[in-house]
Design a protein around this ligand. Structure first.
Ligand SMILES: [Zn+2]
Length: 144
């Protein structure tokens, strides 16, 4: 067996890739097993290349890329607003208690307790703390 390729090797390869055969190349192919192997190889490579191209996902469209970026931006804004809402939810009951105490003082609390007909200031304090805890738990639950 010769180590030199057939003299038609290049022409046969081009014809097999382009699927454009001359009568001379077709006649040679009948007589040359080496060139038939070359044609088989070119056809297998073509099949493999087509399968690879079909398996690869197409690149995303610019519209899809824009939508992804917009979704990520909105998620960041939403996360920032959630943190702000959580902080406000935690601070609001405390500010309400501090503000009421500052403007109405202990007598204000006593009047509030009487108006609410609660039996004792201690119970009123527990009720306020309970409300504050409830607001805090609801706020934390909403943030998650
Ligand atoms: Zn040949």
């Amino acid at each position: 067996m010769s180590t030199e390729p057939c003299r038609f090797d290049d022409a046969i390869t081009r014809a097999a890739r382009a699927r454009d055969w001359t009568a001379e190349l077709r006649d040679h192919l009948q007589a040359c097993p080496e060139c038939r192997a070359t044609v088989a190889l070119v056809e297998q490579l073509g099949t493999l290349a087509a399968a690879t191209a079909a398996a690869a996902p197409p690149p995303p469209s610019p519209h899809t890329l824009w939508l992804r970026a917009e979704y990520a931006r909105r998620a960041r804004v939403r996360a920032r607003l959630d943190r702000l809402r959580t902080a406000a939810g935690l601070a609001a009951p405390l500010l309400a208690v501090v503000g009421f105490t500052a403007f109405r003082g202990a007598e204000g609390w006593a009047r509030l307790v009487q108006a609410a007909a609660l039996p004792s200031p201690q119970l009123a304090a527990v009720a306020v703390l309970g409300l504050a805890m409830t607001a805090w738990v609801m706020q934390v639950g909403r943030a998650n």
